[in-house]
Design a protein around this ligand. Structure first.
Ligand code: XMP
Length: 516
């Protein structure tokens, strides 16, 4: 069953900006989803898309092993937009010629429009110029039969093309990136004028369709959900609860590695404000014992993950027969897990690693079509409060991976106090929501300081704050000096056992956001 009556499908040839195409289309309230280029014609037909976008990609269409989609796409009578590699593939498959360009174009370029209909409706022809963003080494040398150029740039005689009778358009530039100032207009013209879509995909319609879907799937069976208090699991729980009420039981496991007050606030919120049935387990002693003397980061992660599964399983076992596990997998997780062009997936995603197989549970993943910002919007629509929705991400292994080396009660105490100060100051200054994540890391190495008249020999706290869109890449946040200064002096003055604070100025890659 399809949840969406109108959809645009994007065929992915491996561009780093493919996800952006989907986001930009969804921002126009039209549902859009990404599929690998290996998708078959039958699968496409079954989806009945209103339009197809061929994404960009790093390959050359004339390479022997170039990724190629089924040329039968052009026989379906469905509008197609080719972007960069997708444009070149369209030309090649329909009888044009693509070659390596003498002048490659990377970054900003100026577009001269020759034809102001179709995707360029509402724009002006030469001498007007429009800033677009290019990234290509090949270019179209000869248009396929039936196609004409609709725009040029300094180095691309065919910066855009259209078929004179069929709904096929191609652009050498990337309309999905913000540096292409007319990008949104180009995509809007494609989805509304050429494809005839309507802006009807809203969170409200998503909730209605998903609630129905969950009810159909679950029937009268029981569902469990691991609630962490993070945005994804909170929104998942709220949505599933909206669908099936008390057939859902949430399990919150306090692994003893949570921040100050975290467990209390998560539990009181869900119990008082949402009427969700939540079982809470304080497994602090178990986890601290499991982690005793363990300094290796992977081993720590493994033990925390395994412990979580063990305790979750025990509690779920007490509920009688449970058939489903609800999990907050997001769209980027789904895409990252797909094998692309013979390469291994970027990461295999397991939210509650291993649970479904071990317990023989079927998965319910109501967020698997959504991006993070859409999940936030959905949460607000479901009535979750802003403070739950705009929380910064917090890793499953908690403070366990923010203490370098072995975890002890004393070190947890130090990092918790420092963390409270970081969050207080970030919120007070208005920076909490501007950055992706901000937190304290305890480095249990001693350095020399002086306090009062005495010499000290104590721990270091590293302050980490990063900007990111999706945690795949990140850069350190350029926080104001006075804010960093205030955090540093408060931590050193208020947290016993710390006499030095440093600021982490590494980007991801090559570093990661967390320190372990
Ligand atoms: P890294 O450190 O890999 O982190 O750059 C990327 C994002 O993922 C979070 N993170 C985790 N979240 N379980 C989680 O639920 C984990 O094991 C985990 N490890 C890292 C991290 O906080 C950042 O937002």
């Amino acid at each position: 069953m399809s949840l969406h009556s109108e959809k645009i499908i994007i065929i992915d040839f491996g561009s780093q900006t493919t996800q952006l195409i989907a986001r930009r289309i969804r921002e126009q309230k039209v549902y859009s989803e990404i599929h690998p280029y290996t998708i078959t014609l039958a699968e496409i037909q079954q989806m009945q898309p209103s339009g197809i976008v061929l994404s960009g990609g790093p390959a050359s269409v004339y390479d022997n092993d170039a990724p190629i989609s089924d040329p039968g796409i052009f026989e379906l009578g469905i509008p197609v937009l080719g972007i960069c590699y997708g444009a070149q593939l369209m030309m090649q498959q329909l009888g044009g010629r693509v070659e390596m360009a003498e002048h490659r174009e990377f970054g900003k370029a100026e577009l001269k429009i020759l034809y102001t209909g179709g995707i360029f409706a509402g724009m002006e022809t030469d001498p007007a110029k429009y800033q677009v963003w290019m990234s290509h080494g090949d270019r179209v040398e000869q248009a396929a039969p039936g196609f004409v150029a609709t725009a040029t740039s300094d180095h691309s005689p065919y910066a855009a093309l259209r078929h004179e009778d069929k709904p096929f358009v191609a652009v050498q530039f990337h309309p999905e990136v913000i540096h292409t100032l007319i990008g949104t207009d180009v995509l809007r013209n494609f989805i509304f004028d050429l494809c005839g879509c309507h802006p009807e995909w809203t969170m409200h319609s998503f909730i209605d369709a998903t609630v129905k879907d969950i009810r159909d799937k679950v029937g009268k069976d029981k569902v469990i959900c691991a609630l962490s208090g993070g945005v994804d699991s909170s929104v998942t729980a709220a949505l599933v609860h909206r669908a099936i009420g008390d057939q859902l039981t949430c399990i919150y496991v306090n692994n003893g590695l949570m921040r100050t007050g975290e467990s209390e606030s998560v539990l009181s919120f869900f119990r008082q404000k949402t009427h969700l049935r939540v079982i809470d387990i304080d497994a602090t002693p178990y986890f601290l014992k499991e982690l005793e003397g363990v300094a290796d980061p992977e081993e720590k992660r493994k033990r925390i993950g395994f412990g979580f599964i063990k305790i979750f399983e025990e509690e779920a076992g007490k509920l009688g027969e449970v058939k489903f596990l609800a999990q907050g997998t997001l769209y980027p997780d789904v895409i990252e897990s797909v094998v692309f062009h013979g390469k291994a997936p970027i990461k295999s995603h397991h939210n509650v690693g291993g649970l479904p197989e071990r317990m023989q549970l079927d998965l319910i993943e109501p967020l698997r079509e959504l991006f993070k910002d859409e999940v936030r919007e959905l949460g607000l629509e479901l009535g979750l409060p802003e403070e739950a929705i705009y929380r910064q991400p917090f890793p499953g292994p908690g403070l366990g991976i923010r203490i370098m080396g072995a975890v002890t009660a004393e070190r947890l105490n130090i990092v918790r106090q420092a963390d409270v100060i970081v969050l207080e100051e970030m919120k007070k200054s208005g920076w909490y929501r501007k950055v992706w994540q901000s937190f304290a890391v305890l480095l249990p190495i001693q350095t020399v300081g002086v306090m009062g008249d005495g010499r000290t020999y104590e721990n270091v706290i590293a302050l980490r704050s990063v900007d990111s869109r999706d945690a795949m890449t990140a850069d350190w946040s350029q926080l104001p000096y006075d804010l960093i200064g205030r955090i540093s002096s408060r931590i050193i003055n208020e947290v016993r056992g710390v006499n030095r604070v440093v600021y982490d100025i590494s980007s991801k890659p090559p570093s990661t956001i967390e320190w372990e």
